[in-house]
Design a protein around this ligand. Structure first.
Ligand SMILES: *Cc1c(COP(=O)(O)O)cnc(C)c1O
Length: 386
């Protein structure tokens, strides 16, 4: 399906909204019926229509249709956060005594779920280095139920060979879930590569303006309708009609934002690689990236996240670089209009800093919609102060 068609027309019914160009925000908690028979039909299967906005809502339905189509999936659910999408997806596939094989260092709240919450219900997780598919095979146990992927991850960008892991999972009748936040559906479509459930934080590129927290889960109608009727309705973490509307607005400009961000990032990556105080520049679509060939095979682009490893000998130097940035804001998250810097050493105690630990000297940059030259000048003056 044409991306332009998906973003502009799919799921829209302008006659229903007085021919308005922008869809209405249907800010209603519930929906009324003319006949008992009509009400009964939805009471028995709420997935079918509009009964109560914890389930379906017309503004949300427009968004879900577009997000499913972008992923090449049959159906989508939108959650109040990416973390909620992760939680619902994993919870829907495991029961007491089950085992999960996950790529190591997944998103921090996915790791918390695996390490803290799921063990309370008798579900255990083995982490593997996902750069070698054989590690997944070696970790499978008789009670393994699912394989959890995140490719690339959002700090050092290690990839998993999605098609190879999917083939392995299928041969063992395992479910696959993948966090696709880094790429967005424009740069990678896990469902098309055979993943069962694909999820992403819509807070990032989909919202695109740093003003909404949301998550997306896509898959077959069979799997998604079951999750709707269970985890989604029970956790009650769907988005409000207003957030759905903001996400629809963000979606309209997603291709042009990503295109601009990708071009600017390429220019900045090339510049960063010339800087003597930078030891290493980590970017999946850079020819020096160890998995560059795999990135080219399964991704259509790499967006605005790039990590630099500073030649610092003290934590003060890393902090001086970050504190000196004037246009890059220092913050977590990414995907908005504004460029950001996130130093790894902000997540640790000062006393634990070790200069011989490369990760401690890493700063993740997110390149937003500003001009490349404007951002390079800022990086240049901050590196000089280091
Ligand atoms: C931000 C993020 C999430 C969580 O999404 P929220 O919308 O913040 O809950 C999950 N995975 C990755 C890779 C992320 O970057």
């Amino acid at each position: 399906m044409d991306v332009s068609f998906i973003l502009n027309e799919l799921g829209e019914d302008r006659e229903q909204y007085f021919n308005a160009v922008a869809p209405p925000i249907v800010q209603s908690s519930n929906f009324a019926f003319d006949k008992v028979s009509e009400m009964r039909e939805l009471m028995l299967d709420e997935y079918k229509g509009f009964l109560y906005s914890r389930g379906n809502n017309p503004t949300l339905t427009i968004l879900q249709k577009k997000l499913a189509a972008l992923d090449g999936a049959e159906a989508a659910l939108v959650f109040g956060s990416g973390a909620a999408a992760i939680f619902a997806a994993v919870l829907s596939q495991v029961k007491q005594g089950d085992h999960i094989v996950s790529v190591r260092d997944p998103y921090s709240w996915a790791a918390r779920m695996f390490d803290v919450i799921l063990p309370r219900f008798g579900v255990s997780t083995t982490y593997v280095d996902g750069t070698n598919t054989a590690n997944f095979a070696a970790a499978i146990q008789p009670n393994t139920r699912l394989i959890y992927l995140e490719s690339p991850n959002s700090f050092t960008y290690e990839l998993q060979d999605i098609e190879a892991v999917v083939a392995l999972a299928k041969s063992h009748h395992l479910v696959t879930i993948m966090d696709n936040s880094y790429c967005s559906p424009l740069y990678q479509q896990p469902i098309k590569l055979g993943i069962d459930l694909s999820l992403q934080s819509a807070t990032k590129y989909i919202s695109g303006h740093s003003d909404t927290v949301a998550g997306v889960l896509t898959g077959s109608t069979d799997m998604i309708s079951k999750i709707f009727a269970s985890e989604y309705m029970n956790i009650g973490s769907g988005v409000s009609p207003f957030s759905a509307w903001l996400l629809l607005r963000g979606l309209r400009t997603l291709p042009i934002r990503l295109q601009r961000i990708t071009e600017t990032t390429k220019t900045i990556v090339d510049w960063l690689k010339q800087q003597p105080v930078i030891e290493k520049v980590i970017y999946p679509m850079d020819p020096d990236f160890p998995q560059y060939e795999l990135a080219q095979r399964q991704m259509q682009g790499a967006g605005g996240l790039v990590t630099i490893q500073l030649k610092a000998t003290t934590i003060d130097q890393v902090e001086r670089f970050c504190d000196s940035l004037q246009h890059f804001l220092m913050a977590v998250s990414w995907g908005g209009h504004e460029s950001l810097a996130f130093p790894a050493c902000a997540s640790m105690n000062v006393a634990d800093f070790r200069a011989d630990e490369p990760r401690h000297r890493m700063v993740r940059l997110y390149i937003g919609l500003e001009d490349a030259g404007y951002l390079i000048k800022d990086l240049e003056q901050a590196l000089a102060k280091m």
